[in-house]
Design a binder for this molecule. Structure first.
Ligand SMILES: [Zn+2]
Ligand SMILES: [Zn+2]
Length: 465
């Protein structure tokens, strides 16, 4: 698996516009004149988020659009001038960034031509050597879709090559540029709502769900219904009888079984082609490499300890994080019953910025078990079972899925924060789901430093994670 992410949508918009223009000798892109249509080139400079596992995870941090004057036509294809290439390679060398090359074809589906392969072979070897371990990428854009591949030198000094699993653009719309179409009868009734592009994105992107209890089970079931095909479920817990009032993927026969396995079974019943991986819960000390190469993390946890860890990982890996919380507050009169959904994305405020993480709760969660026991004796984090009810989980989960669908379809930008209030008040009886205005990132934030924590490690550790 591997990812190329445009965390600034303007970077991709610039490339898309540049590649979409008629190029070369002023030819149009219609079929009759394709022979004289020029190809256009653009480059993205990338920061390496991770280069372990099965493929690199790269973030685009700068782009350069190649002028037509630097593009010339050879006997069998289009070439870039040495002057342009030198300047691109030198910039990468001095910044420590990686390089991904983009060019367009006038007809899809996008794929490298024989000429492209001939030109790539020496370029890749040269760049991998020059850039000392930073992965190299190349992509073809045609008919509104992208084909993108990466190369890197592996531990044994051999060149590895693979396709980017996803190439994503995170803006008002969440786009998956290399999504593969998913047209199935099962999904026919929702296609008019989502559109084929969003349905393809749903089928291609990878989602991690942390916490598979009352909230996470409904969410996971919803993901399977919507056509998500690549899901990771993270939880350690076994199903208990007291979960059955809200864990929609479990029944009596599942008591004692892992929540992840029980939920995976339900998801496979909905979609036999779905890939569901499972892993243990988020912990204080673990690195959680399984969360480094996903396109979206959805948090369904009931404690700010793991919530804080997910927030840190999402910030570091530039991964959007959709956090769902539900709860009851019996200390107020009338007691409060509700929840909230928050979507954080790179360049925006994180959960710490938003003041949504309780430092005392995080500190208690991080303590060793014997000290947690001591805390309980003193009345902290007593772990008494909070009241929970299926319709509250369902409201919060479906509000979150609604925002996710809006984001993927581009129908409208998603809400960054939704409050769910079930009890309401006497002045406004009835269930309320309200978007809340959210301030920008906090420049002094200890987690994201105002959305720019990554700048501190501008120079990637070459060849390492
Ligand atoms: Zn080409
Ligand atoms: Zn922050």
């Amino acid at each position: 698996m591997s990812t190329l992410k445009f965390t600034d949508p303007e970077h991709w918009k610039g490339i898309e516009r540049h590649l979409g223009q008629p190029g070369g000798s002023g030819a149009s892109s219609d079929a009759s004149s394709s022979a004289s249509s020029g190809e256009r080139f653009a480059f993205a400079y990338t920061r390496t988020i991770s280069n372990a596992g099965t493929g690199p995870v790269l973030e685009v941090v700068e782009t350069v659009l190649v002028d037509e004057l630097d593009t010339t036509r050879g006997v069998d294809g289009w070439y870039l001038s040495d002057r342009a290439l030198d300047s691109i390679h030198n910039h990468a060398l001095t910044t420590g960034y990686g390089i991904v090359e983009f060019h367009n074809h006038h007809h899809g589906p996008p794929a490298f031509s024989a000429t492209d392969e001939d030109a790539l072979a020496p370029t890749v070897v040269y760049c991998l050597e020059l850039l000392g371990g930073t992965p190299y990428g190349a992509a073809v854009w045609a008919d509104g879709a992208l084909h993108a591949e990466w190369w890197r030198v592996n531990r044994h000094g051999r060149v590895e090559r693979g396709q980017f699993t996803t190439v994503t653009v995170l803006g008002d719309q969440f786009r998956v540029l290399n999504a593969r179409p998913a047209a199935e009868e099962r999904l026919a009734r929702q296609l008019p709502l989502l559109g084929t592009r969003a349905q393809a994105a749903i089928a291609t992107m990878r989602v991690a769900v942390v916490g598979v209890g009352g909230t996470g089970s409904q969410l996971a079931q919803g993901l399977a219904c919507l056509g998500f095909r690549n899901v990771l479920l993270m939880d350690d817990d076994l199903v208990e009888i007291s979960n059955l009032n809200r864990m929609v993927t479990a029944g009596y026969a599942d008591v004692g079984q892992p929540k992840t396995a029980v939920t995976r079974k339900r998801m496979r019943a909905i979609d036999p082609l779905i890939n569901v991986a499972t892993a243990g819960a988020v912990t204080v000390a673990a690195e959680h490499p399984e969360l480094e190469d996903v396109d979206l993390i959805i948090g369904c946890v009931d404690n700010d300890g793991p919530r804080n860890r997910i927030n840190q990982i999402a910030t570091r890996t530039r991964t959007p994080y959709l956090d769902i919380a539900t709860g009851v507050d019996e200390t107020v009169e009338p007691f409060a019953l509700g929840g909230r959904v928050i979507l954080t994305a790179p360049h925006g405020p994180c959960l710490t910025c938003l003041g949504e993480l309780d430092a005392a709760e995080i500190a208690r969660w991080a303590k060793p078990p014997d000290q947690q026991q001591l805390d309980r004796l003193h009345g902290y984090g007593t772990g008494t079972a909070n009241p929970s009810v299926v319709y509250l989980n369902g409201l919060a989960v479906n509000a979150a899925l609604t925002e996710l669908a809006a984001w993927l379809s581009g129908a409208r930008p998603p809400a960054q924060w939704l409050d769910v209030d079930v009890i309401g008040d006497l002045g406004r009886p009835g269930t309320q789901i309200d978007p809340r205005e959210v301030a920008g990132p906090n420049p002094g934030c200890i987690t994201c430093a105002g959305g720019h924590r990554w700048r501190e490690s501008l120079h990637p550790v070459l060849g390492a994670r």
